[in-house]
Design a protein around this ligand. Structure first.
Ligand SMILES: Cc1cc2nc3c(=O)[nH]c(=O)nc-3n(C[C@H](O)[C@H](O)[C@H](O)COP(=O)(O)OP(=O)(O)OC[C@H]3O[C@@H](n4cnc5c(N)ncnc54)[C@H](O)[C@@H]3O)c2cc1C
Length: 460
């Protein structure tokens, strides 16, 4: 039976994007009424299905919603990341979103949540449990908060054929397998953050590096976590160095090598020039661990997993009959075409380079405080994610232009300085710091030349 509801906004997706948007919207528009819908039972999106040993790859405070910091902003005082900001586990991220939904959004009495419901279009929701439908009359706009929802191994089949008898498991099953099985070989498939996490987790369980084969179709560049920290002297210092290097760069590859020399970028194997540049962050201790794995297969993508071998376009690798293939090969980040954020619907995408939570919160703030779509789109143009090194250079240019646009608006600049989601924030405690003043001056000097050179390299 169809029930009827009325709301100003129907937000489809209660992951990081939807939650950050709704939080900022209801905080700054005292009248907005929102219906938030998700197929998953709770808020948190992909984190609810993530592998058990996942953590944020960045500092916790960069993630979540603007009103409520994730974590306590603690700097780690022990372990291999001493001196770096804390990073929440997947379970902590999921618990955080549950709390924000319950204690902030639902408690406002202006947000209703339909978990376990699918959005069918035209304002119609259907319960995945009972099949009952809800018709929502949307007074202002539908918000697409899943446009860039990442593909994860838990819900995405391996991108290769699996023969009967081949043992292929999604990464999330590793902790259940490892104590009871001792396969002759663990074969980790993927080049991204999930694959690095799987390798590091196996090594931490005492698996010998020689018992791991890493199928790495591409080699990745990763940010050094030490320079992506919530401290303007560090983060803006990194940006100043990045632009300084970019001004001299002769190609995307040359830029990445310069950034490696500056300690900004890391690669696992210094004898290989990486082509992949999704650039999650990695710590030095993780790099040291990953370098222990020498059995790396670079034959491109797997076409078929058989009981004792993997078949590639250009060859095959014998893995042995008692091997377990660990699927970490979902695409992760999405590369849907950039569209204006404000159109027939609101389509959430990053605005500054990276930091999707900040982008979604900024869109919520601008939606709450501005009326004209042309103005909103002009203030907040979308920025893509990057996959290859050339895309990464383009992303820097597009994201930098976006930052200049919204940063030139005094009201937005003031808001952006209040939220720890903004990595470029200079908080009240930082104003007057001599080291911050130095990096800001260096950033102002280096940015124009660096951006101009990257624009040439990217053809933008
Ligand atoms: C393992 C991992 C670690 C990451 N770590 C970081 C990090 O440390 N820092 C960082 O900045 N970024 C990180 N990212 C990237 C970042 O988390 C994601 O890009 C972003 O959080 C994705 O949020 P989202 O809301 O777009 O998508 P999702 O989390 O996928 O949420 C979208 C939601 O929409 C729902 N949905 C879709 N269609 C419908 C429909 N028709 N009806 C109802 N519901 C629907 C889905 O069920 C889903 O729950 C990480 C990504 C991964 C995969």
């Amino acid at each position: 039976m169809a029930r009827a509801r009325v709301a100003d906004y129907l937000v489809v997706g209660a992951g990081a994007a939807g939650m950050a948007f709704v939080d900022a919207l209801v905080d700054h528009d005292p009248h907005a009424r929102v219906i938030l819908v998700d197929r998953r039972a709770g808020a948190g999106g992909h984190w609810l299905d993530a592998y058990p040993f996942v953590r944020l790859h960045q500092a916790s405070v960069f993630y979540g919603v603007a009103s409520t910091p994730l974590g306590a902003g603690r700097i780690q005082t022990e372990g291999p990341e001493t001196g770096l900001h804390e990073r929440a586990t997947g379970a902590q991220v999921a618990a955080y979103y549950a709390k924000v939904l319950e204690e902030r959004l639902l408690a406002s009495d202006r947000v209703e949540f339909f978990g376990g419901h699918e959005y069918l279009g035209d304002g119609a929701l259907r319960s995945l449990d009972t099949g009952d439908t809800v018709d929502v009359r949307v007074r202002r706009r539908v918000v697409d908060a899943h446009y860039l929802s990442p593909d994860i191994p838990a819900v995405t089949p391996p991108p290769f054929a699996v023969d009967d008898g081949a043992r292929v498991v999604p990464v999330g099953l590793l902790p259940a397998l490892e104590p009871v099985e001792t396969p002759e070989r663990w074969v980790v498939v993927g080049s991204g953050k999930t694959a690095t996490d799987a390798c590091i987790w196996l090594l931490a369980q005492g698996v010998e590096p020689d018992a791991i084969t890493w199928v790495r179709p591409r080699d990745p560049w990763m940010f050094n976590r030490a320079v992506i920290q919530p401290d303007p002297a560090i983060f803006l210092g990194m940006a100043a160095d990045l632009f300084g290097a970019a001004a001299e760069a002769t190609s995307p590859d040359d830029l990445f090598l310069r950034l490696e020399d500056l300690g900004i970028m890391l690669r696992i194997d210094r004898s290989v020039t990486p082509t992949m540049a999704k650039t999650p962050t990695l710590a030095q201790w993780e790099l040291d661990e990953l370098r222990r794995i020498e059995n790396v297969v670079r034959l491109g993508h797997i076409r078929r997993a058989e009981r004792d071998r993997l078949v590639f376009d250009g060859g095959e690798v014998i893995t042995g009959p008692r091997s377990v293939v660990v699927h970490c090969a979902a695409a992760g980040l999405k590369y849907a075409p950039l569209v204006p954020i404000w159109g027939e619907r609101i389509t959430l995408q990053p605005i500054r380079t990276g930091f999707p939570c900040f982008g979604a919160a900024l869109a919520g703030f601008v939606e709450a405080t501005r009326y004209d779509d042309a103005e909103k789109n002009s203030l907040c143009p979308p920025t893509p994610y990057s996959d290859m090194t050339a895309d990464w250079v383009a992303m820097q240019v597009i994201g930098n232009r976006a930052s200049l646009r919204f940063g030139a608006d005094p009201q937005i600049r003031a808001w952006a300085n209040t939220t720890v989601l903004n990595p470029s924030r200079i908080g009240p405690g930082d104003v007057g710091r001599a080291d911050v003043a130095d990096v800001v001056a260096r950033l102002k000097r280096n940015a124009p030349g660096g951006v101009a050179r990257m624009a040439e390299l990217a053809g933008l």
